[in-house]
Design a protein around this ligand. Structure first.
Ligand SMILES: [Zn+2]
Length: 134
């Protein structure tokens, strides 16, 4: 009989094998999904782009896989494979959000425009940052 009790208990000890296998597969699914996100964004724009969600999925998937590797698989090859990949994912997210924060609002129409843009792409107004730069 498969009750919830049977699923989480196995001869009196917690059934951690199923829990960590689920974490491992969740990590794989999250990590794999980033390819579709990046591919879709690239096809939509007609040029190679890497959206922020790609880095979020990369970070989440690799941390789940790292947890699986450390707490369940415990094999140094798998642990090493995910031990450092989170660093560039996190760094790309920091740079992305820093860039987003540096966006300017057009004084005329309020459209948010990327830094170092001379004219508002919506209304054509010359932006203040463009006039102050040499
Ligand atoms: Zn404008």
């Amino acid at each position: 009989m498969n009750s919830l009790h049977d699923l989480i208990q196995n001869n009196g000890s917690p059934h951690w094998v199923d829990f960590w296998t689920a974490i491992g597969w969740l990590g794989n699914a999250v990590f794999f999904s980033r390819f579709f996100v990046q591919w879709y964004a690239t096809e939509k724009k007609g040029q190679v782009v890497v959206p922020a969600v790609f880095w979020i999925l990369s970070l989440a998937g690799s941390l789940l896989m790292l947890a699986y590797a450390i707490f369940y698989d415990k094999h140094h090859v798998i642990i090493f494979a995910y031990a450092f990949t989170w660093i560039p994912y996190l760094r790309n997210l920091i740079i992305h959000y820093r860039h987003e924060k540096a966006h300017l609002a057009c004084a005329n129409c309020g459209t948010r425009v990327p830094p170092q843009t001379n004219f508002c792409p919506h209304c054509g107004t010359k932006l203040l940052a463009a006039t102050s730069s040499p």
